[in-house]
Design a protein around this ligand. Structure first.
Ligand SMILES: [Zn+2]
Length: 129
């Protein structure tokens, strides 16, 4: 008895996920822009440029940069999770709890589109059971 969300619902979730992806992309871009203007006058806003800048900058006064990198990494982790969610929407397995295989409630998915566990499994996990 495998439960699934209907095609219509999946379409709706897909939209939510894609919107979130757009927001994350904008956030990360904004951070990159900030870093570009604050610390790199040569321009070059490609991720590669930023990466090498980060490597070269290790050990110098880069508290602000560290913070930005953390935000950026968090952003891209989130983005990756959203990408995975999108794949699951497409193969129809979206919204199914990884652990108990019950459907994750719709409200939770709207709030946390990359959720892969239902609330009770998540809670159990938090308690370390
Ligand atoms: Zn579950």
């Amino acid at each position: 008895m495998v439960k699934k969300y209907s095609k219509t619902k999946l379409k709706m979730f897909q939209k939510i996920i894609e919107e979130k992806m757009g927001v994350v992309t904008e956030d990360v871009d904004a951070i990159k822009d900030n870093m570009g203007s604050a610390s790199n006058k040569q321009g070059g806003n490609t991720p590669d440029a930023i990466y090498s800048l980060h490597m070269a900058d290790a050990g110098t006064d880069s508290h602000e940069q560290e913070k930005n990198f953390m935000l950026m990494n968090r952003g891209s982790d989130y983005f990756k999770n959203l990408e995975v969610a999108l794949v699951r929407v497409k193969d129809g397995s979206y919204g199914i709890c990884k652990i108990c295989e019950e459907l994750i409630v719709e409200e939770r998915l709207v709030e946390v589109p990359c959720a892969t566990k239902c609330v009770s499994c998540k809670e159990t996990e938090k308690l370390g059971l």
